[in-house]
Design a protein around this ligand. Structure first.
Ligand code: SAH
Length: 435
């Protein structure tokens, strides 16, 4: 188990005062029953064929697709998109994310937000803005923490940036506790959460009111579209998608530079040794907008994802049934993802903000006192629940599980004079070897 046995002294003062006030209630055993929204009367097989026909005719009409256009079509096409139609997360879905593994993950991020609000001088209003909130589990776990801090809970409003009506439905259920068939796809929808504050939904970040915010993005940037480029004879070419003979899709290389290779590679220096790079300009503009708002209004951002520091090459892949999957096979039936380039994100933040990290998930959660939180939950748990709690912390923290692949990056105004909790280097004195 790679969790430091944290004593009170290891956790910074304010964080300790918040974490020690959390209740010992755990969400295990509380079963949630979701009903599956009937989105489409067509059978999945018909949808897949329809989508393949759509892609093929698009390519026939306009020529090969960029990888970014393909990702957008596959993931968020309003009729057939993966996030629009599928049971994405959890054991029955294609993959599981940290907030779905244990409540402790969202709770500690909630504690981080409270800590930062205290550092900001307890402003009367703070928007918590989550991008790509999935089932709404992380948001609900944070809100449960907030509800235990009256002054903070009064200041908070929740804003969710979500493109998928199916996901919005899930988020609404998680946050209101009502299994409502209300149409959550409308823009600027507002509901009252069971924790007190209101929740608002937006399609784009631009629609969120420009007020002081704490932005949270967990496994959001990795689904934003990437362009792929390959160097050949000293010149960058773009990797595109074309139709294979006999049907299906294949990668091809553009004959020469494309508009995209000319526009999106300006940050790659001649000394970069890679001959293959992936760039996500949409990620760049998103983090730029967040940074501008943080400089303008104050606030923070916490970006959590798997990624690298501008060193990796070909990371584009599919995920289905918890396994790697050919990203060109059965488009729309598997998740598509690419590692996040944190060095690119940091560059796009600009000069007016300060960035912290990226640090590993193990480092951040240790710094936030996951060991202390685990102990409290264990005290109130039966043997079976204890086993589940221990196993979930192991999955989050172990370097060969999620502990090192996942990274945390924070953004704060440039005049911030301290290091936010979770971002200082941690020395583990008490490390035991994992099972
Ligand atoms: N944060 C969640 C879910 C991650 S999956 C978790 O960790 O469990 C990605 C989420 O982003 C899904 O909710 C998906 O519907 C949403 N999403 C994907 N592309 C989006 C886009 N372009 N704009 C807004 N939301 C998007």
């Amino acid at each position: 188990m790679h969790v430091c046995a944290m004593s009170r002294r290891n956790i910074r003062g304010l964080t300790w005062s918040v974490i020690s006030r959390l209740s010992g209630v755990n969400r295990l055993g509380r079963r949630r029953h979701y009903f599956k929204r009937e989105l489409c009367t067509q059978e999945p097989q018909d949808l897949k064929q329809l989508f393949m026909r759509h892609l093929t005719s698009r390519i026939k009409a306009n020529g090969p697709l960029s990888v970014a256009e393909y990702m957008k079509e596959v993931l968020i096409n309003p009729v057939t998109g993966y996030y629009i139609n599928n049971e994405v997360f959890g054991q029955s879905g294609d993959y599981i994310t940290s907030p779905e593994i244990t409540q402790m993950f969202g709770e500690l991020i909630g504690v981080w937000c409270i800590h930062e609000w205290q550092q900001m001088g307890k402003p009367e209003k703070l928007q918590i803005v989550e991008l790509g909130p999935g089932k709404g589990t992380l948001a609900a776990d944070m809100m449960r923490v907030f509800s235990q801090f009256k002054e903070f809970n009064k200041a908070v409003s929740l804003h969710l940036v979500e493109v998928s009506p199916t996901m919005r439905q899930r988020q609404s259920e998680a946050l209101t506790g009502v299994m409502t068939p209300e149409d959550t796809s409308v823009d600027n929808l507002t509901q009252k959460t069971k924790y007190g504050p209101e929740v608002h939904w937006h399609r784009f970040l631009e629609q969120v009111p420009n007020e002081r915010s704490c932005f949270i993005a967990h496994e959001f940037f990795d689904v934003l579209p990437i362009y792929k480029f390959q160097k050949k004879d000293g010149e960058w070419h773009e990797i595109l998608l074309d139709i294979k003979e006999g049907g299906g899709l294949r990668f091809i290389m553009s004959r020469g530079p494309t508009t995209n290779s000319k526009a999106f590679l300006t940050h790659i220096s001649d000394s970069d040794e890679r001959d293959h790079v992936e760039v996500s300009p949409e990620s760049g503009t998103t983090i730029q907008k967040m940074s501008e708002r943080i400089w303008d209004q104050g606030g923070r951002a916490l970006i959590i994802d798997y990624g690298h520091d501008g060193t990796k090459t070909d990371t584009f892949r599919g995920f289905k049934d918890h396994k790697l999957y050919d990203p060109l096979e059965n488009p729309g039936s598997a998740d598509l993802t690419a590692d996040v380039d944190f060095s690119y994100l940091k560059r796009c933040c600009g000069e007016d903000v300060k960035t912290f990290g990226p640090v590993t998930q193990n480092n951040f959660l240790n710094g936030m006192g996951i060991g202390v939180r685990l102990q409290v939950l264990m005290q109130n748990a039966d043997d079976n629940t204890r086993k589940v709690l221990m196993e979930s912390v192991r999955r989050l923290m172990h370097p060969r599980e999620m502990g090192e692949a996942f990274k945390f990056l924070a953004i704060a105004p440039k005049d911030t004079g301290y290091v936010p909790p979770g971002f200082s280097p941690i020395t583990c004195h008490n490390e035991q070897k994992s099972k």
